[in-house]
Design a protein around this ligand. Structure first.
Ligand code: ZN
Length: 67
């Protein structure tokens, strides 16, 4: 049984933008720069339960929008 990896949260120290990336495998590649401002000054933390729920909601919205 694979151990489910917790989602990772990237916080941009430059603009404060946050993104949560659910990890479905051990080969998830996290972006090296902020998606909003392009800064590479990112803080990587393990997302909490609320962050995980937000990420799931975000993924659901993306699927509903078809992309
Ligand atoms: Zn940023």
């Amino acid at each position: 049984m694979p151990i489910p990896a917790p989602p990772m949260k990237l916080t941009c120290r430059s603009c404060g933008c946050r993104h949560v990336y659910p990890q479905r495998s051990d080969a998830v590649v996290l972006p090296g720069e902020c998606a909003a401002c392009g800064s590479e000054d990112l803080e990587r933390t393990v997302a909490g339960p609320l962050d995980g729920a937000a990420a799931l909601a975000e993924l659901t919205l993306h699927r509903l929008k078809g992309g």
